[in-house]
Design a protein around this ligand. Structure first.
Ligand SMILES: Cc1cc2nc3c(=O)[nH]c(=O)nc-3n(C[C@H](O)[C@H](O)[C@H](O)COP(=O)(O)OP(=O)(O)OC[C@H]3O[C@@H](n4cnc5c(N)ncnc54)[C@H](O)[C@@H]3O)c2cc1C
Length: 284
């Protein structure tokens, strides 16, 4: 998983596969069921902290070539596979003159991962653009779920436990010049504020209603704090960077220190934004 996550941390799952389409995806899930093996869905691995060592679950990786297609469905709508990279999606929108997703510029990962966590920035999130999604449901049926049943909220959605295979998005006609300009501006702002060149999993904690988590952590003096090779970014206190050989345990310890500092000083409980895949055995 070290090679499949932006944090560059994580051990080896018992089973790994990259299905080329629905049939192979169904087979992979059936196989896991037969062997009583729990499974996790992997997209771009950009919001994950994965434990080291042997991982007692299967990883089903939704990416190319089976789930990375984009198709125009109307003058301002498009449908895309859950494994499409957000960068690829933005490139398509730029070329097609479809605006509305520029806020995603600089966010790594796939469409499926973005939908599961309702990814967003600058006050917008992807759920606002969703018309419907498709996931592989029970009995291997592909289920269509309209946006109003997805319950998109701040960095969460009801799609979390599902296998999101496709989505249809509603966009706006916009000139490629304007789209490109907005994307460049967002990228520039992100590059100035986030440690984009160093391995991380993005923001560690969600922003509590009172204030951005980064500001609270900064006021607690957390910038630069380090456990092993895991370090709170000096640029943004809500990022943990992997300086070289950080272990999941280093990150977890540092996260606990961060939570404790904010709890002690402000009485606020920080909630993790990144997802933790534990090596502790769980029931299938
Ligand atoms: C430098 C950097 C900057 C970032 N900036 C932002 C930001 O501004 N805003 C923001 O919201 N996030 C940000 N992130 C976090 C991350 O990029 C997003 O959360 C992204 O949407 C995760 O998508 P992914 O495909 O990488 O998901 P993964 O990390 O692979 O998975 C995350 C979760 O989604 C689930 N999942 C993945 N694919 C599917 C699927 N097809 N169906 C069902 N569940 C699925 C996984 O099981 C897991 O629980 C940043 C990350 C980095 C490294």
């Amino acid at each position: 998983m070290r090679n499949l996550t932006t944090f560059r941390i994580g051990g080896r799952p018992l089973f790994y596969c990259r299905p080329c389409g629905y049939r192979e995806l169904e087979c992979a899930r059936e196989r896991c069921r037969r062997h009583g093996l729990p499974f996790r869905i992997l997209g771009g691995g950009s919001n994950l902290l994965v434990d080291d060592g042997c991982l007692p679950f299967a990883v089903i990786h939704l990416c190319s070539p089976g789930f990375d297609w984009i198709e125009r469905t109307g003058p301002t709508t498009l449908r895309a596979g859950g494994g499409v990279r957000l960068g690829e999606l933005l490139g398509y929108c730029l070329g097609a003159g479809l605006g509305g997703l520029e806020f995603l510029a600089g966010i790594p990962g796939t469409l499926g991962g973005a939908l599961a966590g309702n990814a967003g920035a600058w006050g917008s999130s992807i759920g606002e653009r969703v018309l419907r999604t498709w996931s592989l449901g029970e009995a291997n049926r592909v289920e269509e779920i309209p946006a109003e049943r997805v319950a998109f909220a701040y960095r969460t959605s009801a799609l979390g436990g599902r296998i999101v295979t496709e989505a249809e998005l509603a966009l706006e006609p916009r000139s490629p010049e304007l789209i490109g300009g907005l994307m460049r501006r967002n990228l520039r702002q992100k590059a100035g504020r986030h440690p984009v060149g160093t391995p991380s999993a993005g923001c560690v904690f969600k922003n509590p209603p009172a204030a951005p988590a980064g500001k609270l952590l900064e006021r607690c003096g957390m910038k630069g704090k380090r456990v092993g090779d895991a370090q709170v970014s000096r640029l943004h206190a809500n990022f943990i960077c992997n300086l070289a050989e950080a272990r999941a345990q280093d990150v977890l310890l540092l996260m606990e220190m961060m939570r404790e500092a904010v709890r002690g000083r402000f009485g606020i409980e920080l909630e993790p934004e990144l997802k933790h895949w534990e090596s502790r055995r769980t029931v299938a």
